[in-house]
Design a protein around this ligand. Structure first.
Ligand code: ADP
Ligand code: MG
Length: 444
């Protein structure tokens, strides 16, 4: 029951965490295998999603061992409607104020909003900076330079800024353009001897976003124009946001003076995703796919196995959902393995101690360094023992070798851990389930 789940939460995470997060959730019952929970705000929802959802789900499952594949859905309770007259900005209907900055409208994907962007450690700075720009009327850092690998959400964030700006400041002229398109437009302007109009178009903006600027590396004249546009805008206190797949200093084939100027404002990088964020993203995507329930273990499996980038992760989920819809059957682990065979095989490797350690640390919300440390606190020592146990079970490594990989511990320590966990599995059904789930995840 909900009360029991709350109790377990309190025991595992402590009173503070309970008061701050769990107590804010409302339990709205179970609907066809999905536990419905709601949070007062999106912030609370996202935080719980990121930090506690998996465990809350475990608590529910271990409450009733008969129930398999229980999913949980965290929603945001409907907010009280905004008062009619809120601020001047809201009074201006967006349509009336629309000017036609370059590339506005059609190029923006309606799915790419702040609401659909899941925040984790790897992207929180980029997110906060983007949010800040979209919400404030002053220029705080200029330019903002966002960089990160392919498929990690740079374009998503830029579109989100554009949507949010349109809502908050409908009179402002906002333009989003890929560096590639910038170049084509510039070349066209040159050809038609119309560079004046081109300049005008860009230099009267309040916010210019140029995506994938690495594209104009080695394109001398485009760079030149870009640089002048850029300078003119920044001098006019117009906000400029740039993205690239690498940091300013790693941009080759772009002139030094441009690079140096790009670094003047705030440089925020988006790191590769971690397991927690991948799971959060999948949960949020699964929530958006109406009518199909994706079991938690499938989401966990995908988050664990598809680590390359968010685009692939989404692709994998979409494939499974599309297949299930097509054949009209519920999604299962078997189906997932089947449908994603090629993807999974591409990622297949022998299980390493390192992977086991990471998975266990992730699962118990610990930092890896913490788990491998000498600390003896129960909430750290226990996961450490579980990880040793799994290393023994799932790899062919010897006890001394496992000990070495766990911060230079003795083989007797490992042996003790293995026995201890074997004993515990018999008595502690919750821990037993944790371990079953972990080994399934690792071996899947
Ligand atoms: P990039 O421009 O960095 O190559 P995109 O912005 O095109 O990456 O993102 C690729 C896909 O992954 C998009 O569908 C985007 O919605 C999704 N995505 C990336 N990061 C996130 C995130 N943090 N939350 C939700 N979706 C994300
Ligand atoms: Mg992009």
């Amino acid at each position: 029951s909900w009360t029991k789940v709350c109790d377990r939460f309190k025991r595992e995470f402590g009173d503070d965490a309970y008061q701050t997060w769990m107590r804010q959730l409302a339990y709205n019952g179970i609907d066809s295998g999905t536990v419905e929970l709601s949070a007062p705000t999106k912030f609370v929802r996202d935080w719980i999603q990121r930090h506690y959802a998996v465990r809350i789900q475990d608590f529910f499952t271990s409450e009733d061992p008969k129930v398999k594949n229980l999913a949980i859905r965290l929603s945001v309770r409907r907010e009280i409607k905004r008062p009619e007259k809120e601020s001047e900005e809201y009074d201006v209907p967006a349509r009336v104020a629309v000017s036609s900055p370059p590339d506005e409208g059609g190029a923006l994907d309606p799915k790419y909003t702040f609401d659909t962007f899941v925040v984790g450690k790897s992207n929180e700075l980029a997110y906060a900076a983007a949010k800040r720009i979209a919400e404030s009327s002053e220029v705080t850092f200029n330019p903002l330079f966002l960089h990160g690998g392919v498929g990690l959400g740079k374009t998503h964030l830029m579109h989100a800024i554009a949507w949010e700006m349109r809502k908050n400041f409908p009179r402002k002229r906002v333009a989003y353009i890929s560096a590639e398109k910038f170049m084509f437009e510039f070349i066209a302007a040159l050809r038609f001897k119309d560079t004046h109009a081109f300049k005008q178009k860009f230099r009267t903006l309040d916010l210019l976003m140029v995506d994938d600027v690495q594209f104009i590396a080695n394109k001398e004249s485009t760079q030149e124009e870009f640089f002048h546009t850029f300078n003119a805008l920044v001098d006019n206190r117009c906000q400029v946001i740039i993205t690239a797949d690498r940091s300013p200093t790693d941009l080759e084939g772009i002139q030094e003076r441009i690079i140096s100027r790009l670094g003047w404002g705030l440089v925020a990088d988006i790191h590769p995703t971690d397991y927690e964020l991948r799971l959060g993203i999948l949960q949020s995507k699964a929530e958006q796919t109406a009518n199909v329930i994706v079991p938690a273990e499938v989401l966990e499996f995908l988050a664990r196995r598809i680590t390359s980038n968010v685009r692939e992760l989404e692709g994998a989920l979409n494939r499974v959902v599309a297949y299930a819809t097509l054949v009209g059957r519920p999604i299962t682990m078997d189906m997932t393995r089947d449908v994603l065979q090629d993807l999974i095989r591409a990622n297949d490797r022998k299980l390493t101690i390192d992977e086991i350690q990471r998975a266990v640390a992730d699962y118990f919300n610990l930092r890896l360094s913490e788990m491998l440390s000498q600390r003896r606190a129960r909430n750290i020592a226990r996961p450490r023992q579980v990880a040793m146990y799994l290393a023994k079970q799932l790899t062919s490594r010897s006890l001394p070798e496992i000990g070495r990989r766990f911060g230079g511990r003795d083989h007797t320590t490992v042996m003790h851990a293995v026995r201890k966990v074997e004993d515990l599995r018999r008595d502690d059904s919750a821990l037993d389930e944790d371990i079953t789930r972990l080994s399934r995840l690792l071996e899947a």
